[in-house]
Design a protein around this ligand. Sequence first.
Ligand SMILES: [Zn+2]
Length: 157
Amino acid sequence: MLFPTHLAAAYVLGERWDLSAPLLVAGAALPDLVDKPAAMLNLVDLYQTAGHSLAVLAAGFAVVFLRRAWTPLWLGWASHLALDAVHMIVNGRPGDLLFLAWPTITHVPAVSLPPVAFARHYVGTPSFALEFVVWGVLAAMLLGRRRPTKRRDCGRS
Ligand SMILES: [Zn+2]
């Protein structure tokens, strides 16, 4: 999924579950904020490593267990991994789910591109259509929140 869609989905979850939306959004941003720069700086070979690892996510759960206030951050992080997994399945790349097993299993993904090149490749894929669902839910939620303004009757005729 595209980075902004991860943030939108986390915001929707925060509103839906009545949890801290800022923490959920920060958690959803975390995997890409860690992994993409690391790959672009050639610190690692892949664009999905530690931030996208189930093992690291599980270690993060231990922290959440001790600091429950961080639960939304962890849930946002988990939502990012779940949406990335959904995107790969929808786009016919189930083998790339092995990204979740980093560092235990290192695989060569079918698509490994820096963020801008990835976005260009991704537009028009079946998973890209799913992004509209996330944005549609967010729009419906935000529009549903707006209340009609009350008209004041000034008593003039
Ligand atoms: Zn990701």
